[in-house]
Design a binder for this molecule. Sequence first.
Ligand code: GAP
Length: 497
Amino acid sequence: MADAEQLMQIAIRRAILIPSAEIYGSQAGFYDYGPVGCAIKRNIENLWRAEMLQKEGFHEIETSLLLPEIVLKASGHLENFADPLISCQSCKQKFRADHLLEKHPEAKNIKAASLAPEKLSELIAKYELACPNCKTKLSSQVGWFNLMFKTNIGPLEGNPGYIRPETAQGIFIDFPRIIRNFGGKLPIGIGQIGKSARNEISPRQGLVRMREFTQMELEYFFHPKQQEHPKFASIADETLRLAEESGSPSEVKIKDAVEKGLIPNQIMAYLLWKQKQFYLMLGIPQDKFFFRKIPKEETPHYSLGNIDLEVETSYGIIETAGTAYRTDYDLSSHMRLSGQDLSVFDEQTKEKVVPHVVEPSMGVDRTFWCVLEHCFREKSPSKEWEWFDFPPKIAPYHAWVFPLMKKDGLDAKAREVEEKLRAAGLSVYYQESGSIGRRYARADEIGVPYCITIDYESLEQEDVTVRFRNDAKQIRVKIAQLAEELKSFISQNKVTG
Ligand code: GAP
């Protein structure tokens, strides 16, 4: 695994990531995705879409980024979505009070994130914490800072709007129209991939704490009395790595975890298992991620259980997804404030119910970072360059196409092959500059799994060489069969010859 600083430098050098507004000095907490990063990010999102929505028969929607205040009042964000803030009275810099406290050696075991501002102020005074910027002793009181970006909708003042802090609320408020259009029956799954924004007090660790980021969220709506999942039997004997509260993870059988109440119901268990499969497909090794049951005192009052997905990285262990049993909290709150009926009539029980919801919410950017970390490979005797071992499904290109030389019709033939592969739906890129060895190295450096070379034999035999990224072995394949062969390698995750 790379050191985070080194990996971020590599990502920026190869235009995988670009600090936003870089030419103006950039603001903390914002990153753009360059051509390579954007392709990988889209592939991660498409794989989630395929695995978590399409294969389950769920719906995908796209909702507004800007929401009127009433929506966020109902969701509780207006009142409660805040972090503790302390200001330095000398240099006027502002800091997250809980993060400052956590760094103090004597406060290591304190769960600072769950403390009230008064308690934080007391402990900051007790340990005589100093301003990290000017080193003056901090003496002001800790207060709350709401993390939502506020604006005014339209030219007339007095119509406040906020950039959504999660994509979930758009799904809750569109729920009644969607369920009416799709048979009015529970259970129903509705997902969304999109941007959210939080005005983090101290963005840090690259993609881990950003001010604008992408979430992939699924809301699974079900009858509160039907806690079973139709596919549970097929995964009941599978296992998950699960940590209880602050303990270390151990491998548990899914059915045992549900029976013991470690996982609140079959629905959540099934959705956790889906997330495990998804992370394995992304190339994150099984022993590098696990689920953590969040202690009751740290879950919101309406939740019947929260379980995070955590990954080992060079920043330490980071949470990349949270799955919450949100009960009917959001729908009931929106019913109260909108005056609309968001309940569903259940044909089987002849009851009107406000559905319960289990929500797996995954951050794309944090997941992307974990993929970079776990797919990064250092130089070795067999490869004298740093490279990425991305699974072919999420690699930035399926293949790069090279003419051996830029002459004698090799370039024209290579262009023809490039077009054929594109027409077959593959993502390819034509490269003719530099020695062939340098071109292979450049492809490895961004994790391209296959390099196709058109040489003199190709002109006579209508074939090409396919070089596999991981062991540099080459095989010859007929041009007529090339697209199908590549598709078969991709689906088998084949990266050696
Ligand atoms: N709807 C539930 C929800 O938003 P969350 O735990 O606040 O839950 C879910 O966020 C995921 O979104 C996190 O696990 C993380 O991957 C991502 N996320 C949240 N805040 C983020 C930030 N400031 N920067 C990058 N990703 C973030």
